[in-house]
Design a protein around this ligand. Structure first.
Ligand code: PEP
Ligand code: MG
Length: 567
């Protein structure tokens, strides 16, 4: 991810082009703005030690500042919707959390001025949250954001954060606090670039919801001056600084036309020359399935059943499971529905799966492996799925996650067939991709989970923002395993789908089809963009794009090569 000139992808007319990780597709061309800096120490003159008589008033001043910050965040939450509103509400709650307020008040009571007490109390919790890891560690950005807001309030300075520009602008930042991202107005902030963060960060999730083209982990972004004209491409992951205006205008126009074509696409999935490719939806419950039914998705390509039970203390009965699965089968009755058996473990622990504490849970007893020591869990789930199929008169396909060997595929297939269901497995462990031909001897289909396949192929944690460029599904090493699997499917005459995030990227979707992938399953929000893009290219173009991407040595080169082959 070093700054380059864009001769590779769009001609030298784009000048200096910075490379990052694309998160939300779309193109924006506008001046750069930057968020306000948090208050500098010189703005914050304060006595080093409070005299006894001033401490109570200082504590009241601190409490009023924290509550003012929380009220402002709550107001903004009330004016936002969906994930944006939730994030703002959660940050507001954290601003008045008793634990950290108490820690700061205790310090003030001992003579520490409010500004320093705020900083120290927040650092205490930052340290604690960081040690706890996982979701708690992700809240560290929120805590520091609250600290800066409270300190600004105490010092009588403007609230730090995103300025309201007079003209539509591209916001460039180190990283944005979720509260800042959630409050963005997509009419004024038309592009978002950060030098930190990963595709699964809160910033990325909210940008996706707001539909703001977004690129994260951009190297060299710190040197971009406020006011420079930026051409941001959320598909390629590029940030061009002061590009030629005509070239930039043409890129914006192409993106506008693609958006218009997308709005008109109504399925079914096929290339421009009529090669059918099922475009399916990923869901986690009945509500998501009903929402997916309102899109042109032809079916469900991945039902993540474990997400129904994250809060369950005990294993749900077969009847309860049948009811839950039936809710997903019902809206797509008569259509393809692929149900994945429980992918418990790693970042999705299930209380009733009885999993041990493990040093490396992503490499531990996860997915199908849970059933090795507890076969009843799988047997009960298959009984629940079979009952749901009967009640809804459906013929679901059933696949197992984390299959590593042909024997595992064989044993799973036998159990699934015994319940009268259609067996398949996920290909998300590199060994399974390498032996896809032997796995396909036992099952009727496979579906590639590119999220985990990238994690395990690149030896890079999919949750790590720092390693986001390695877990990019455009990595040629990952693409090579996808191509091997697709070839094995073609040779066996059996379907090979992709249900990881790769299938949600319209450009990558074309590459996958060119490799021989027969179905693409993505979040319902991505279905239109994928289907529309596919309808504009021929199978031959997809094949050329697939071959071109496979011949490269980096994710950025693979994207550029595919783009060139498809245009
Ligand atoms: C994947 O790994 O790509 C996948 C689809 O499964 P999950 O994201 O649920 O692990
Ligand atoms: Mg997976």
């Amino acid at each position: 991810m070093t700054p380059t000139t864009a001769a590779t992808s769009q001609g030298a007319a784009l000048g200096v082009v910075l490379q990052g990780v694309p998160v939300v597709p779309g193109v924006a061309y506008a001046p750069a703005i930057r968020p306000g800096r948090p208050p500098a120490p010189e703005d914050l003159s304060a006595p080093t030690e409070l005299v006894e008589a001033d401490r109570e008033a200082e504590a009241a001043r601190f409490s009023a500042a924290a509550h003012a910050v929380a009220t402002r965040l709550r107001d903004r939450a009330a004016h936002a919707t969906g994930a944006a509103s939730e994030v703002l509400g959660a940050t507001a709650q954290l601003a008045t959390d008793r634990a950290w307020l108490g820690a700061a008040e205790k310090r003030i009571g001992a003579g520490t001025p409010a500004v320093r007490a705020t900083t120290e109390a927040v650092e205490q919790f930052v340290e604690m949250f960081t040690k706890m890891g996982g979701l708690m560690a992700e809240r560290v950005t929120d805590l520091r954001d609250i600290r800066d807001r409270v300190i600004a309030e105490l010092a009588g300075l403007p609230e730090p954060g995103v300025p309201l520009p007079d003209v539509p602008s591209v916001l460039c930042a180190d990283d944005l606090a979720p509260a800042d991202t959630a409050g963005l107005d997509p009419a004024l902030i038309i592009g978002l670039a950060t030098s930190l963060g990963g595709p699964t960060s809160h910033t990325a999730i909210i940008a996706r919801q707001l539909g703001i083209p977004c690129v994260v982990a951009v190297t060299g972004l710190d040197d971009v001056a406020v006011g420079s004209k930026i051409l941001l491409d959320g598909t390629l992951g590029t940030v061009a600084v002061d590009p030629d205006a005509t070239t930039a205008g043409a890129a914006v126009e192409r993106a506008r036309q693609a958006a218009a074509a997308m709005a008109n696409w109504s399925g079914p999935g096929a290339t421009a020359d009529g090669h059918p490719v099922a475009v399916l939806a990923n869901v986690q419950d009945g509500a998501a399935a009903r929402a997916a039914r309102a899109t042109p998705a032809e079916g469900i390509g991945l039902f993540r059943t474990e997400l129904c039970f994250l809060n369950a203390e005990t294993e749900p009965s077969v009847e309860e499971q049948a009811r839950i699965y039936g809710e997903v089968l019902q809206p797509f009755s008569g259509h393809k529905v692929v149900i994945r058996t429980l992918d418990a473990g790693s970042d999705k622990p299930l209380k009733f799966a009885g999993q041990p504490e493990e040093a490396n849970p992503a490499l531990g007893v996860r997915g199908i492996r849970v059933s090795f020591g507890n076969p009843a869990i799988l047997d009960n789930q298959l009984a629940g799925i079979a009952a749901a199929a009967e009640q809804t008169d459906s013929q679901p396909w059933v696949m197992a996650p984390m299959i590593a060997t042909p024997e595992e595929a064989r044993d799973f297939a036998a159990k699934v067939r015994a319940h009268g269901l259609i067996p398949g497995v996920m290909i998300e462990v590199p060994a399974a991709a390498l032996l896809a031909a032997r796995i396909l001897e036992h099952v009727d289909f496979v579906s590639i989970g590119t999220n985990d396949l990238a994690q395990y192929t690149m030896a890079a944690d999919r949750m790590s923002a720092e390693l986001a460029t390695l877990t990019d599904p455009w990595q040629p090493g990952v693409l090579a395993l996808v191509a091997m699997t697709a070839e094995a499917g073609t040779a066996a005459g059996k379907p090979v789908g992709v249900c990881g995030e790769a299938a949600a990227d319209p450009l990558l979707a074309c590459v996958l089809v060119g490799m021989g992938i027969t179905s693409l399953s993505a979040a319902a929000a991505a279905v239109m963009a994928v289907g529309a893009k596919l309808s504009t290219v021929t199978l031959e173009q997809c094949r050329r794009a697939g071959a071109a991407a496979l011949a490269t040595a980096s994710a950025a080169e693979a994207r550029a090569a595919a783009l060139a082959a498809l245009s």
